[in-house]
Design a protein around this ligand. Structure first.
Ligand code: 4AD
Ligand code: MG
Length: 504
């Protein structure tokens, strides 16, 4: 019996096994909020309806105590989940003492140190449910489109995405690297099966702390024979639309729990704007507006209005703090005001963060040099202007990977495409059409100073029945982060691995 099934058992007796997520007692009643991993529901223990021992047990069932509860299911719209249990019987499995994560605010580092427990909290629970839907939706989409899932090795002998982010390890005395991408293997598999996808962990030694970078992340990499970069973009769009739609269809409750504004997600049905690199640069530098909004002046105005808002909040905090000190103030009113003050302080912290960020974004946008790759700030400046993912294609070939196809009509550009999530999130997908010209590929491998012998097998794909082909890589955690509108990628994966974090 699971909490998510309660609706089928109205007015019936059920037995639930779970953990105490919250509890309080008053005048012969104990209210236990039970969670069982599928949902939460309030259970009311009435001293007159259970034995004395059971009532005493209910009282000592502290936060995260594991417990069996038997009771009658009563419909009650006011309750979380819409049902309440009137308890007839209960027994403790293990009493949890001094659970480290209390209701009060904890710093993120503390929560990360306790990730093994933090995962139980409602918000983290909701995020992982959404992640699960996304994973399932990814398989459903590709399998539905006739792709074959194949897996690339994780120990590899060569770099795919540049040599600077390689994790080196020892493979029976030989150096080996943890895979940064399954793509090159995916290309070989596509020549055998036409349309394939890989879905596995990838590793990048990113020696910087940003809100977008993990050292270990999951990547979905489809590769398609007989596709050019436009076919690739069509597929990316269809794919992301299908995945977000699944989340909207299956996780309304979870999205509400994490306060996600779903209107932006519902925009996924609109076509994704496609911009060339040149067009995107003009927007970042404020030369071209998007729907009447200029990237640069918009940021400048925002910065100014933040100062006004900040003053308002500071004034309100001050007046409420004075109110609390008034003699004779009722306890309830003090609590009410204190809660308001806490909320205002959180808003203030957010504003102060924006105050620090916006000047940096402005600075990097104004000084962006044509021909460079986009940095995190540039992506933020660009994508804050959109309410659907955008696709940026035709990149200067120098800034992109060696395997991307040079545009024969305009060899300054490579046929790459990045898909950037809106609301300031930035890159979630990187991909493109692959170089099929053996000589150009050899030239590129030399230019990037990669060891030719490690790529001989890859070059074979251009020697024996080479065909136009394309593919892309979606970073699972980046997608989860955007869909859930998380402040940082670390909350999008059960146990994040990133610079400075290897435990728990
Ligand atoms: O743009 P990237 O580097 O592209 C590739 O690896 C290609 N070989 C993919 C392909 O065409 N088959 O990485 C692809 C995506 C990024 O868009 C981003 O979503 C994610 O992988 N990603 C990361 N996610 C979290 N932490 C990191 N350090 C990431 N690096 C890349
Ligand atoms: Mg990329």
């Amino acid at each position: 019996m699971y909490i998510k099934e309660l609706k089928n058992f109205e007015n019936k007796e059920v037995t639930l096994k779970g953990w105490v997520a919250n509890s309080r007692d008053s005048k012969g009643l104990v209210f236990i909020v039970l969670r069982d991993g599928t949902g939460v529901c309030q259970c009311v223990v009435d001293a007159t309806k259970v034995t004395e021992t059971e009532f005493a047990d209910a009282k000592r069932a502290a936060l995260e105590t594991s417990i069996n509860i038997t009771g009658t299911v009563i419909k009650d719209e006011k309750q979380i989940g819409g049902y309440e249990i009137q308890v007839n019987k209960l027994s403790l499995i293990q009493v949890s003492v001094n659970y480290p994560i209390a209701k009060k605010e904890h710093g993120v580092e503390f929560l990360m140190d306790n990730r093994h427990l933090w995962l139980r909290s409602q918000r983290q629970w909701a995020i992982m449910r959404i992640r699960n839907t996304i994973i399932f939706a990814i398989h459903k989409f590709f399998q539905g489109e006739g792709f074959v899932q194949m897996d690339a090795p994780l120990f590899t002998g060569n770099a795919v995405e540049g040599t600077s982010t390689l994790f080196e390890t020892d493979f029976y005395g030989e150096p080996a690297y943890l895979s940064q991408s399954g793509q090159l293997y995916g290309e070989a598999m596509a020549m055998a099966h036409n349309k394939i996808y890989t879905f596995g962990p990838t590793f990048r030694a990113e020696k910087s702390k940003t809100r977008r970078h993990l050292s270990e992340f999951w990547m979905i990499e489809p590769e398609m024979a007989f596709h050019d970069n436009f076919d690739n973009m069509d597929l990316i769009e269809r794919f992301l639309r299908a995945v977000v739609t699944e989340v909207l269809n299956n996780n309304r409750n979870e999205l509400k729990l994490i306060d996600r504004d779903v209107t932006i997600l519902e925009n996924i049905l609109k076509p994704f704007p496609r911009l060339t690199y040149d067009e995107a640069v003009d927007i970042i530098k404020g030369k071209v507006d998007v729907n009447g909004v200029n990237a640069i002046t918009n940021l400048e105005n925002e910065l100014e209005s933040l100062l006004g808002k900040k003053k308002e909040i500071l004034d309100e905090i001050k007046s409420r703090e004075e109110k609390i000190k008034t003699p004779g103030m009722k306890k309830g009113e003090i609590g009410f005001n204190q809660a308001k003050i806490d909320k205002l302080k959180q808003e203030l912290a957010d504003i102060e963060e924006q105050e620090r960020n916006i000047p940096n974004w402005l600075n990097s946008a104004k000084n962006f040099e044509y021909g460079n790759d986009f940095g995190g700030s540039d992506e933020t400046v660009l994508t804050r202007l959109f309410d659907v993912p955008i696709m940026v294609y035709n990149w200067p070939h120098e800034v992109k990977a060696f395997y991307l196809k040079r545009d024969p009509e305009n060899p300054r550009f490579a046929r790459g495409v990045d898909t950037l999530a809106p609301e300031g999130y930035g890159e979630i997908v990187g991909g493109g059409e692959r170089e099929t010209d053996l000589n150009l590929l050899i030239e590129k491998i030399n230019e990037h100073q990669l060891p030719m012998e490690a790529f001989e097998w890859y070059l074979d794909l251009r020697r024996y029945g080479s065909v136009p082909h394309a593919g892309f890589g979606l970073g699972l955690e980046r997608l989860v982060t955007w869909i859930c509108k998380l402040p940082h990628v670390r909350e999008s994966i059960p146990f994040p691995r990133m610079y400075g974090r290897l435990k728990p």
